[in-house]
Design a protein around this ligand. Structure first.
Ligand code: ZN
Length: 507
């Protein structure tokens, strides 16, 4: 196989796909022309390409960066092949989700809006009726397609020569999923006793009942925390980002490669997003200028991705600029979105204090999310490991999620709640990376590290190499000390669930 020709074509494909997503979700074009992009690159995602890339990786001739590049390419080819194998069902799922509506007491609401409706609905019973209708729609209209997708993923993984989809992902992504699951299970065990106390009061304030009586339907309203919105006005949304970047030595308006789109357009996505169309030359940061706490979090998260991509060395190999371990880019995105709950950042950049109730809320939601994703990872290892009957898996999913979150969890979402390629693992590793990185920045630069130009210098140095190294390597080799592992100890300390360990030398 001509690896360089494959790389060139792969980069073209990624760029074309990103442009389609960008133009569609920015509201610039109605169609999402993914099919046409795949059709223009018929040779990229064939079984032969996967086999040749696997052989190129296994032949032992490549070491160091060349070996990494080949593994990232293999992961890209496998993901693309699976994406193509399931594209019909995925397109049908998207179509049904967009068309489905739920009938709630004679009123129709869109399936996709239903979580937003729940978040805005003060009446618990109506939240529950939305839940019941949504779960019924998932079971009847979506689960048959989700089952087909799952079967195809498992069949293709075996046809490609792996023992299971799980083995395939572990090898292509170079992540020891079993050991990560042990770490996260230990985190869940360590926080089990404190969890009800951390969550109960904020939950009661937001939805009117504590953990003993709460239902899954109450959670979107709990996460939303609409009471805090007044503190986060639309007019300050982009200026807050501009000022924050400015302190880090980044002039957002002068970055030729970061295109910020704040225009209002009827079909623009209601969530901020980042589209790295050409890395690092053309990165789009698309912002719906709405305001409210959620929008600040979304914008800062996406800005973290945008700056990570925008600062990649243009001379780096394509695999390092665009592919690799997504725990790294997610870690930088979390570092930025965490600022929205940082008391020192709030005081300096938005004026005013982080009131104790909001602080308790964000702590509870963070703990809930990490426990939820830990449970998801444990379940996904079962789902994608040895073949088990679907009913058994659905029960296993509900039992794990109920135990982790502390509310009765429905089994119906056992397939809809799963992202392909163990993305749950990337989020968990990113959360761990972010807490270690932030602790190191605080330790060397103080609680207002984000206002220190040195923090900007440090981040830009890490960003230059894109995702050449994975999250664990970055932590041990750059954030340090070298013995530091990508574990959840810093997260426990950050959540004040354990005595803060003795400070260690950072960077
Ligand atoms: Zn992200």
């Amino acid at each position: 196989m001509d690896l360089d020709a494959y790389r060139t074509e792969a980069e073209g494909f990624v760029s074309e796909i990103s442009r389609e997503y960008y133009r569609h979700f920015a509201g610039l074009q109605d169609e999402l022309g993914i099919e046409a992009v795949y059709a223009r690159h018929p040779g990229l995602f064939t079984r032969a390409a996967v086999e040749e890339l696997r052989a190129a990786l296994g032949d032992g001739a490549a070491a160091g960066d060349e070996a990494r590049r080949r593994r990232y390419l293999l992961d890209f080819a496998v993901e693309g092949l699976l994406g193509r194998a399931t594209r019909t069902q995925e397109a049908e799922l998207a179509k049904r989700e967009a068309e489905l509506s739920l009938e709630i007491e004679g009123e129709r609401i869109g399936f996709r809006e239903s979580a937003v409706e729940q978040a805005n609905e003060p009446d618990r019973d109506r939240r529950e009726r939305i839940e019941t209708a949504r779960l019924a729609a998932i079971e009847e209209r979506l689960n048959p397609l989700h089952e087909e997708v799952l079967e195809t993923q498992h069949t293709v993984a075996r046809e490609l020569g792996w023992a299971s989809y799980r083995e395939m992902c572990a090898e292509c992504k170079g992540i020891d999923l079993a050991s990560l699951a042990r770490e996260t299970a230990a985190f869940s065990a360590a926080t089990a006793a404190a969890y009800p106390d951390v969550v109960d009061a904020p939950l009661r304030r937001a939805v009117g009942v504590g953990l003993d009586a709460a239902r899954r339907a109450d959670l979107p309203r709990f996460f939303r925390c609409a009471e805090a919105d007044a503190r986060f006005p639309a007019a300050s949304l982009v200026p807050a980002l501009r000022d924050t970047l400015d302190r880090l030595g980044i002039d957002l308006d002068a970055q030729p490669n970061v295109v910020v789109d704040v225009e209002r357009r009827p079909k623009k996505s209601p969530r901020a997003f980042c589209a790295p169309v050409r890395v690092p030359q053309e990165i789009h940061l698309v912002v719906p200028p709405i305001g409210g706490r959620d929008d600040y979090v979304a914008l800062f998260h996406e800005a973290g991705h945008a700056e990570h991509y925008a600062h990649a060395d243009p001379g780096l190999a394509f695999e390092f600029r665009v592919l690799g371990d997504n725990s790294v880019t997610e870690g930088f995105a979390f570092l930025f979105d965490h600022l929205i709950e940082d008391p020192e950042w709030l005081r300096r950049h938005l004026g005013g204090e982080l009131d104790p109730e909001l602080a308790a809320h964000v702590r509870a939601v963070r703990l809930l999310f990490v426990r939820r994703y830990a449970a998801k990872l444990g379940y996904e290892l079962e789902l994608h490991g040895a073949e088990r009957p679907l009913e058994e898996l659905a029960e296993d999913y509900a039992a794990r999620l109920s135990a982790a979150v502390g509310v009765p969890w429905p089994s119906v979402t056992y397939l809809a709640d799963v992202d392909p390629g163990f993305y749950a693992a990337a989020y968990l590793r990113a959360w761990a990376l972010e807490t270690h990185l932030r602790a190191a920045l605080r330790e060397s630069l103080g609680p207002a590290w984000f206002d220190e130009p040195e923090a900007g210098d440090f981040l830009r140095r890490l960003w230059r190499e894109g995702q050449r190294r994975d999250a664990a390597e970055l932590l041990a080799e750059e954030i340090g000390p070298p013995s530091r592992r990508l574990d959840f100890g810093a997260m426990l300390a950050d959540l004040e669930l354990e005595a803060t360990p003795a400070p260690s030398r950072s960077r």
